[in-house]
Design a protein. Structure first.
Length: 241
């Protein structure tokens, strides 16, 4: 079954469920709305686009959530991504199913796949954060469906990205130190990713700059190295909520 058919079925059921819960207990429904402006878009150690605008919208109810996230490059170079995620979180455990669409500006075929395009990509994710004074986190993300996930011989590569992260704070600045790797051949990340590769070593920092008594502006900066391709990035971002 194609990724888009699975995704549409799952998200229709999720939307119906959340809509029904909202009608019954609207006071327990959480809504998130924000937008980021970043100097460049780097995903798991790989640069996807230059300066970009990245809006997000989410609706959640007692751990169950559905969210939309997108990225469009400011320079008009045709980079456009639209993702939808169905998630569930309890305690430090998180489960997620994400539909990625990377075909870009001008594809105009969201519900079908043009010849030579990747179309929709479906990824399952599992994450866990240790409780207490040592909040180490681990996430495991594997692509299950999608044309771009196939090996040269046509088989499914089950492209996987694993990341360890550790948050800490120095004065008023929140830091996160993380490292991510591909455990085996992963076609999604490029043909040269033919085995174990470390693709991301990152130090990120964020804080809120107070503008006045009612408004503050969250800013972030991240240094990201990709040892697998010997590349490095320095990304600055602003968040508007």
């Amino acid at each position: 079954m194609e990724a888009k058919k699975v995704v549409l079925s799952v998200f229709i059921v999720a939307l119906s469920s959340i809509g029904g819960m909202y009608a019954q207990e609207s006071e327990n429904v959480e809504v998130g709305l924000s937008g980021d402006v970043v100097s460049s878009y780097v995903w798991r150690g790989f640069k996807q686009a230059g300066a970009s605008v990245q809006p997000s919208l989410s609706v959640g109810y007692k751990g169950l959530s559905i969210s939309a996230w997108a990225s469009t490059d400011i320079g008009g170079n045709g980079s456009k991504e639209v993702d939808f995620t169905l998630g569930y979180a309890v305690g430090g455990l998180g489960l997620a199913l994400t539909d990625y669409w990377w075909d870009g500006e001008g594809a105009n075929r969201y519900l079908s796949r043009p010849e030579g395009s990747a179309g929709h990509m479906l990824e399952a994710g599992l994450s866990y954060a240790l409780p207490g004074s040592f909040p180490l986190s681990l996430s495991w993300n594997t692509f299950l469906l999608g044309e771009g996930n196939k090996k040269a011989d046509g088989g499914n590569s089950f492209s996987t990205y694993v990341e360890l992260g550790y948050p800490f704070k120095i004065k008023e600045v929140d830091f996160t130190l993380s490292a991510g790797f591909l455990p085996w051949e992963s076609a999604v990340y490029g043909p040269e990713m033919d085995g174990f590769k470390c693709t991301s070593v990152q130090l990120g920092a964020s804080k809120e700059i107070k503008i006045n008594e009612r408004f503050s502006l969250p800013v972030s900066a991240s240094v990201i190295a990709n040892p697998a391709v010997e590349d490095v990035h320095f990304v600055f971002g602003i968040t508007i909520k």
